[in-house]
Design a protein around this ligand. Structure first.
Ligand code: GSH
Length: 216
């Protein structure tokens, strides 16, 4: 059975997994689904979230668990270094981005859906995200990739995390988080120019355009 990736191209987490599948040249099918609390979907994705990967052995959700599975089951095109310490540094970058950069900015996600952001959240998120960005700046090598010479999962995860965070930060604070770390904008541009990234972003834009057309 070929792998089936469930989700939607508007989801930055879905796009992380889709990007990894394409970089690793792993054959897969796409199943278009939205997050759902329906029992049938919860049986496959316990929190009802996307992405979810269906394998011959069962289903996996949570992006980092899916990425680890792909890395271990399909090592032919590696997205983690061989050396254990270097692997840990890649994972550290991914975790710092998720917990300390994306999470505080994500607290403001309501703005994307036209909701008012409570003043206390607005006040707390900016210094928290800036602290996380400073940590990312201490870790990121950006020569030319996140963890150094080798392209890795850290590039994929941090890039798609920023595709959403940059948008939210721009709307709420008129702030570009990439400017907080020297070299981060240039890295983001390099990432945008990868062939796989272009494909993923084109699919995501097509989905956004289709949704906008439906809501007219
Ligand atoms: N921790 C999850 C986050 C995934 C996530 O938040 N996905 C969103 C779509 S971008 C979702 O399914 N949201 C629906 C919900 O939270 O119920 C992961 O790493 O995969």
């Amino acid at each position: 059975m070929s792998l089936k990736l469930y989700g939607m191209p508007l989801s930055n987490y879905f796009n992380m997994v889709k990007h990894a599948l394409h970089e690793k040249q792993i054959a897969h099918e796409f199943v278009a689904v939205r997050p759902s609390q329906e029992p049938e979907f919860l049986a496959k994705s316990p929190m009802g979230k996307v992405p979810m990967l269906e394998t011959a052995f069962g289903c996996i959700s949570e992006t980092d668990a899916i990425l680890d599975y792909l890395e271990e089951a399909y090592p032919q095109v590696p997205l983690l270094p061989k050396d254990p310490f270097a692997r840990a540094k890649v994972r550290q970058i991914m975790k710092v981005q998720e917990l300390y950069v994306e999470t505080p900015i994500h607290d403001l996600v309501g703005v994307i859906f036209g909701r008012e952001v409570p003043a206390h959240v607005k006040e707390a998120s900016l210094p928290a995200a800036r602290k996380g960005l400073a940590a990312l700046g201490r870790l990121a090598k950006l020569q030319p990739w996140m963890a150094g010479a080798e392209f890795s999962l850290a590039d994929i995860v941090v890039f798609y995390s920023f595709t959403l965070s940059n948008r939210i930060a721009g709307m709420v604070y008129q702030w570009d988080p990439l400017q907080d770390v020297p070299g981060l904008s240039a890295w983001f541009q390099r990432m945008s120019e990868r062939e796989v990234t272009k494909l993923i972003l084109a699919d995501s834009k097509a989905a956004a355009d289709a949704m906008a057309a439906r809501s007219k």
